[in-house]
Design a protein around this ligand. Structure first.
Ligand code: NAP
Length: 231
């Protein structure tokens, strides 16, 4: 078996160190999966979150893994455009439940951009606000597949695709009623999305348990504030 001479070994070590210095001085970062990215990769998890449940959390975590994201920002909607005639829980309650639910995951944060912006919530405004905060980052907008079914009718739809990639998360057995625009939206099936906010609201209203469908802190928040008692 041939052995490297001390000189050859030193040369190898020195080349290795030079490569490390080069990497460190490059603009960018190494992701949790070990890949080198020139820019931060940020997920924007948009939803009404009435309430946030474990399916949303698993979906965000899965998308973060598959797309190698550095962070996922949960963005509870202010006034959802397609629900102007429906009862939606107060935005501060939805925001606080989202903060409680995401607090323990170091990759998850929550943004108030949609809640603090006056008027109806449009995703184009969400994306512009987050882009202003992260001018260099690669953005990934994540939401439910049913929500994006009519995406081409959303305000400034084509401009949205210039700002972010779109990832639609689906429930098991989901089939799209409307064909999604070719090549614009990725789909990812998340088994835990068998949970739905509608179901959680109904169970809470009927006094049925919601333990383990939503994080423990959210169970307590719903009970303490009687969020769904009257709905
Ligand atoms: P929604 O109609 O309440 O939800 C439709 C379906 O998608 C439901 O099954 C819902 O399940 C699911 N879903 C919603 N958000 C999800 C998420 N983040 N992860 C996994 N499943 C999700 O949808 P929405 O909450 O009003 O809207 C979702 C996002 O799309 C928001 O950010 C909203 O601002 C945006 N949007 C924008 C426009 C526009 O710009 N014109 C129009 C519509 C929607 P759950 O009920 O269990 O969450």
């Amino acid at each position: 078996m041939s052995q490297a001479t001390p000189d050859r070994r030193m040369a190898e070590l020195s080349a290795y160190r030079e490569r490390q210095v080069e990497l460190v001085s490059q603009h960018g970062r190494r992701s949790a999966r070990g890949n080198w990215h020139a820019h931060a990769r940020i997920g924007i998890m948009g939803g009404t979150f009435d309430p946030i449940h474990n399916g949303h959390l698993v979906a965000a975590s899965e998308v973060a893994w598959v797309y190698d994201l550095d962070e996922v920002i949960f963005v509870p909607t202010g006034r959802p455009v397609f629900k102007l005639d429906k009862r939606v829980t107060n935005e501060e309650d939805r925001y606080l439940m989202t903060v409680i639910a995401t607090a323990s995951n170091p990759k998850f944060t929550v943004s108030r951009v949609d809640i603090d912006r006056p008027g109806v919530t449009y995703t184009i405004d969400t994306l512009r606000d987050i882009r202003a905060q992260y001018p260099e980052a690669e953005l990934f907008f994540i939401t439910g597949a049913d929500a994006v079914a009519e995406i081409m009718k959303w305000k400034d739809a084509n401009s949205m695709f210039d700002i972010a990639h779109f990832v639609a998360v689906t429930r098991p057995g989901y089939s799209s009623k409307v064909p999604l625009p070719e090549g614009k939206v990725d789909m990812l099936e998340i088994p835990a999305l068998a949970i739905s906010s509608t179901d959680v609201r109904e169970r809470a209203r009927n006094g049925e348990p919601v333990w383990y469908l939503v994080p423990d802190g959210v169970v307590q928040y719903i009970g303490k504030h009687g969020i769904y008692d009257e709905q």
